[in-house]
Design a protein around this ligand. Structure first.
Ligand code: ADP
Ligand code: FBP
Length: 307
């Protein structure tokens, strides 16, 4: 069982326009989508699609919080959400030609008492893994994440911003930075795949047993005590990349939780992500013939870099 924690869920509004408006003009479109989102919620959605056992926990409030609750229920995603007084946020992605513009709201202010409520919710499921993912709403700091990691016997996993990664103060089983977050967390250059692999090893020393870094169109890498390996991205027609990192992580965790090894986990992560980037928004796609996609992921071993 993998429990996900989203302290700052969002409704993802994805809108397609022919061209971005000029100042003072209006563009109209009939292509708009509203998805229940936030990183942990997305991971639980993809895990459910992959047939893995998961429960989504997190903080929701007001009408957009209700929308998230009802979407998860309609989609059959197990959830145990904590109700807050504030308003769940709306995050907007505008797709125009080949461009993608993302606007993320900070989210509602919350009281730190919600951390104990969240720990109570997690405790009801006795999970092997607990993932804390996404930004922190105003009112919470990195102590909230460390508290979750230390509250039970579970393997703690994080997918948070680079500065947050740097500020964490306990041991984690895995973290999933993207390229920019890897650079911020390590203060290192990440221009080449080799420099990303070295940065991932630096991050491991900061208290992460495994580092899985997603590198957009350059694929992903995994650094652990057993492996230093890069996987190329699959060649797919990209609709948008919203949820790509969450999909990668869902693929990786779904393999690790059943005892799969690092290489198999990385391949599955890349294969799952390739299905999501081919889809608009964060809708769960079909995972039919996923094993074929997993088999097409090309791995390069970089263990020699450590010698
Ligand atoms: N342009 C792309 N073509 C193919 N796969 C992609 C592309 N962009 C992202 N991906 C896949 O999605 C994964 C996560 O993407 P990334 O943009 O690094 O995540 P995040 O959403 O966390 O920033 C990548 O590791 C890759 O497998
Ligand atoms: O909590 P943050 O960092 O603002 O991110 C939240 C956003 O990220 C998402 O989870 C998508 O994440 P990725 O594109 O990084 O996979 C959206 O659903 C959500 O709007």
């Amino acid at each position: 069982m993998i429990v996900t924690v989203t302290f700052n869920p969002a409704v993802d509004h994805t809108i397609q326009v022919d061209a971005m408006p000029d100042s003072g003009t209006v563009v109209r479109t009939d292509e708009a989508q509203f998805d229940a989102g936030g990183k942990g919620i997305n991971v639980s959605q993809y895990l459910t699609g992959l047939g893995a056992d998961t429960v989504a926990t997190g903080l929701v409030g007001d009408f957009l919080g209700e929308y998230i609750r009802s979407e998860l229920e309609d989609e059959g995603i197990p959830a145990d959400l904590v109700e807050i007084d504030g308003k769940t946020r709306l995050n907007t992605t505008i797709l125009s030609d080949d461009d993608e513009f993302k606007i993320n709201h900070d989210g509602p202010s919350v009281d730190s008492a919600v951390v104990s409520d969240t720990i109570d919710a997690i405790g009801r499921y006795d999970p092997e893994m607990v993932l804390v993912a996404g930004s922190l709403p105003p009112g919470l700091d990195t102590d909230a994440i460390d508290r979750i990691a230390n509250a039970g016997e579970w393997n703690a996993v994080v997918d948070v911003g680079g500065a947050t990664l740097q500020a964490l103060d306990t041991e984690y089983a895995l973290c999933k930075p993207n390229r920019e977050e890897l650079a911020v967390a390590t203060d290192r250059s990440v221009e080449t795949v080799k420099s990303c692999l070295s940065a991932a090893d630096v991050l491991r020393e900061q208290g992460f047993e495994r580092v899985v870094a997603s590198l957009g169109a350059d694929g992903a890498l995994l650094a652990s005590s057993d492996a230093l390996v890069h996987a190329a991205a699959l060649d797919v027609e990209v609709a948008d990349t919203v949820g790509a990192g969450d999909a990668m992580l869902a693929g990786v965790l779904s393999e690790l939780v059943v005892g799969g090894d690092d290489r198999a986990a990385l391949c599955r992560g890349v294969a799952v992500a390739s299905r999501i980037v081919a889809n608009t928004g964060t809708t769960v796609p079909s995972f039919a013939e996923l094993d074929d996609s997993v088999g097409r992921v090309e791995l390069t071993d970089y263990a020699a870099l450590r010698e």
